[in-house]
Design a protein around this ligand. Structure first.
Ligand SMILES: NC(=O)c1ccc[n+]([C@@H]2O[C@H](COP(=O)([O-])OP(=O)(O)OC[C@H]3O[C@@H](n4cnc5c(N)ncnc54)[C@H](OP(=O)(O)O)[C@@H]3O)[C@@H](O)[C@H]2O)c1
Length: 257
């Protein structure tokens, strides 16, 4: 996607990653629309960002947010309570995709390392949000960052992994700075090599790369039509998923999987 005049909607723009994503997208030359619940909380966002008020749990409020957008970056989040992740993290993805009414948009979705862990109810709803993005037919990159800002100052070298095999639920699964997560999300929008990739994101000791294209290009793309990341395990058949997800999938994905 060409940055010039392209409109990027940042979901979760007042959050700890979203604030960086707004700045990074402006820096890369995009027109930025910031979805905020509360204008007061958005006062420290750059003046160049257009503010649009909406609540991810109230679908009608999202229509204006997605109007004429070229790309959407999801950085929102709630707690680790299953009901919160279902009703905010997951529903936010579903409601924004539905608000598009089939219009294409490039998607960058942030979830978390360990999203495919078995027996973790809130993670399962994060994963269902990922599945909706893959099923939506849009171009996308799904980014599962490690633990925010647990990196040491000399750890800036970006590492992209697949398979979500680090599942201790501790920083041993990966660490990364918040500004770097935002950079990877925004970089992915214009990188063909990042399209239809699902990746875990961490850093190791060393300097940050100027260009992540070779790192994106080394990843395997997701299989067309598949709901899960190309290297993901612990796959749940759609028939065993909650009815709510099955209904959203039918509305967003069209064809049954
Ligand atoms: N912490 C970690 O190490 C780590 C690692 C990997 C992944 N993650 C994931 O990162 C996610 C985001 O974390 P964070 O620390 O950046 O969160 P945060 O700072 O609390 O930001 C959350 C954002 O979501 C927005 N939001 C929440 N509910 C909303 C709603 N109903 N409508 C519209 N916007 C809404 C918030 O808006 P308001 O400002 O209006 O509240 C805020 O902008 C978490 O859910 C977690 O799963 C975290």
């Amino acid at each position: 996607m060409n940055q010039t005049n392209a409109v990027v909607l940042v979901v979760g723009a007042t959050g700890s990653i979203g604030r960086h994503a707004v700045r990074e997208a402006l820096h890369q030359g995009y027109r930025v629309r910031a979805l905020v619940r509360d204008i007061g909380r958005a006062s420290s966002l750059p003046k160049q960002a257009e503010l649009v008020v909406g609540d991810l749990t109230i679908p009608d409020t999202l229509v204006a947010a997605v109007d004429a957008v070229d790309a959407i970056v999801f950085t929102h989040g709630s707690t680790t309570r299953e009901a919160d992740v279902r009703d905010i993290d997951y529903a936010g993805v579903a409601n924004v995709l539905l608000a598009l009414r089939g219009r294409p948009a490039r998607i960058a979705l942030m979830t978390a390392v360990g999203t495919t862990r078995p027996g973790v109810p809130y993670a399962a709803w994060k994963r269902r949000g990922e599945r909706l993005v893959r099923a939506s037919g849009n171009d996308y990159t799904i980014v599962r960052p490690g633990w925010f800002d647990y990196n040491d100052a000399d750890q800036r070298r970006v590492v992209l992994r697949q398979g979500d095999t680090a599942q201790s639920g501790t920083p041993a699964d990966g660490v990364i700075a918040r500004d770097q997560i935002a950079r990877v999300l925004i970089d992915s929008l214009s990188a063909d090599a990042a399209n239809r990739r699902t990746l875990e994101l961490a850093v190791e000791t060393g300097a940050e790369q100027d260009d992540l294209t070779p790192d994106f290009a080394a990843l395997r793309p997701d299989i067309p039509g598949a709901l899960d990341g190309v290297a993901d395990g612990n796959i749940t058949p759609v028939r065993s998923e909650p009815r709510r997800f099955q209904e959203d999938l039918a509305r967003i994905g069209g064809e049954p999987h």
